[in-house]
Design a protein around this ligand. Structure first.
Ligand SMILES: NC(=O)C1=CN([C@@H]2O[C@H](COP(=O)(O)OP(=O)(O)OC[C@H]3O[C@@H](n4cnc5c(N)ncnc54)[C@H](OP(=O)(O)O)[C@@H]3O)[C@@H](O)[C@H]2O)C=CC1
Ligand SMILES: O=C(O)CCC(=O)C(=O)O
Ligand SMILES: [Mg+2]
Length: 422
């Protein structure tokens, strides 16, 4: 068996050997099916792109049900240590029970490794069935804050001594009178910080500048949650002005010019900034944003948002371009270089072990990973092969049920078709 070498980070730059060891977590539910299919595609594409000169040496790590059955732990320390040591990893989905039981292992991985950006690009692939008329207008990249917000898991259950203490504190010490049913309320806490916001918005703006994107939209519900989501918006604008003044123009600047010199002057300044290639930093309230991505998707480009908003937006946008069977993602810390690539969808338990679901989300997450490693040739081969396979109407059940004249294939057969189209 090939030995492989570790990927390392040197002065912020990834050093990728020809035979890097890349850890993977197979995942729960549909995880084993899609991982089997996807890893065959990765190996075939890399072999073809580099004539055998490069090859990933896969290293399995345990997490989720398989880890619990084997070690008695859901997320063994060894798994966390290995991801830190090997820098880059890829994972399948992991199950989280609803209303009790263990907290999300997906979230735990992101928090414990401080993977502060959940990056989810959403674009249309020709031929994919979509519920909207012009899915090709969707070309957005979501930067979702990945370590704070209501996702931090600070919750107190109804009826417990802890929740009573929290409610009494709020009522007696803080003068809160607004808890409608204090005897039976559960309480959740939503931390949103300046540092957390800044590092996320910084990553989004840097990406927009380096990729020649037109705008970054800060999506929030700041009208209602003023000191968390509203603060996210304010800190985001302030960061754009402080760190990217020469490369961005913001709606905050627009408002200032408008107040001083009138609307025509503000419109002219904004147009001039756009024409000179500056990135427009704007914002949208989340409910309005969710209707506008359906009605005016071309107006949005890079999106920077908080954890829960980002979760909802990811699945909604994925649906617009054909569903979460084709929605890739990555969890990245741009400071340490550590990243875990993973699909947007979950474990879809009713399809577990049926060799049925679409492996494209995890395959495309692998494409993101290959691009991150700068193995662009292999990444491009896979993207082209997926496009070719879908154009030939060789698709899994999720697309087949929405397409005329499709050839429905199993998960593994879809991978075979992609490999033959490489
Ligand atoms: N990052 C992660 O690991 C995530 C984990 N989860 C966890 O997954 C579990 C199940 O969550 P649930 O809310 O049902 O969401 P899922 O994303 O697992 O599944 C919802 C539906 O999406 C469709 N779907 C999902 N994956 C695919 C695929 N690969 N190909 C085609 N269709 C797909 C299926 O639709 P249809 O029924 O129409 O065929 C499925 O029933 C929960 O425990 C949840 O916490 C959820 C999200 C992310
Ligand atoms: O961790 C989970 O179970 C769900 C997470 C999720 O939906 C997401 O990250 O998109
Ligand atoms: Mg989600």
């Amino acid at each position: 068996m090939m030995q492989g070498e570790k990927i390392s980070v040197d002065n912020g730059e990834l050093k990728v050997p020809n035979h890097p060891i890349v850890p993977f977590i197979e995942g729960d539910g549909i995880g084993p099916d899609i991982w089997k299919a996807a890893s065959r595609v990765f190996d075939a594409a890399i072999a073809k792109a580099y004539n055998g000169e490069k090859k990933i040496v896969w290293k399995e790590l345990l997490c989720g049900q398989k880890a619990f059955d084997t070690t008695g732990e859901w997320l063994p320390q060894e798994t966390l240590d290995a991801i830190k040591a090997y820098v880059i990893a890829i994972k399948g989905p992991l199950t989280t029970p609803v209303g009790g039981g263990i907290r999300s292992l997906n979230v735990a991985l992101r928090q414990q490794l401080d993977l502060f950006t959940c990056l989810r690009p959403v674009r249309y692939f020709q031929g994919v069935p979509s519920p909207v008329k012009q899915p090709e207008l969707v070309d957005m990249v979501i930067f979702r804050e990945n370590t704070e917000d209501i996702y931090a898991g600070i919750e107190f259950e109804s009826g417990t001594a802890e929740v009573r203490k929290v409610i009494q504190f709020l009522q007696n010490e803080m003068g809160v009178r607004k808890i409608r049913f204090p005897e039976t309320s559960g309480i959740g806490v939503k931390p949103v910080s300046k540092e957390g916001t800044e590092r996320l918005v910084r990553a989004a703006i840097r990406y927009a500048i380096s990729e020649g994107r037109k705008s970054v939209t800060l999506v929030h519900k700041g009208n209602i949650m003023k000191f968390t989501e509203g603060a996210f918006k304010n800190w985001g604008y302030a960061l754009a002005e402080k760190e990217f003044a020469d490369k961005t123009f913001s709606w905050k600047q627009y408002d200032a010019i408008k107040a001083e010199k009138g609307k025509d002057a503000a419109d002219a300044a904004q147009q001039e900034a756009i024409d000179s290639g500056k990135v427009l930093v704007k914002d949208a309230i989340a409910d309005n944003f969710l209707q506008q991505i359906l009605t005016r998707p071309a107006e949005y480009d890079v999106v920077a948002t908080m954890n829960l908003d980002g979760d909802y937006i990811s699945d909604a946008l994925a649906a617009q371009v054909g569903g979460i069977g084709i929605a890739p993602g990555a969890n990245i810390n741009y400071e340490t270089g550590i990243a875990i690539f993973e699909a947007t969808h979950g474990t879809a338990p009713k399809y577990a072990g049926l060799d049925k679901v679409n492996p494209s989300s995890v395959i495309l997450s692998g494409v993101l990973m290959l691009e991150h490693l700068k193995w662009y040739e292999a990444a491009q081969l896979i993207t082209q092969a997926i496009e070719k396979t879908i154009s030939a109407k060789t698709v899994t059940y999720d697309f087949a049920r929405l397409m005329e004249g499709a050839k429905e294939v199993k998960c593994s057969e879809f991978a075979d078709a992609v490999i033959s189209n490489l």
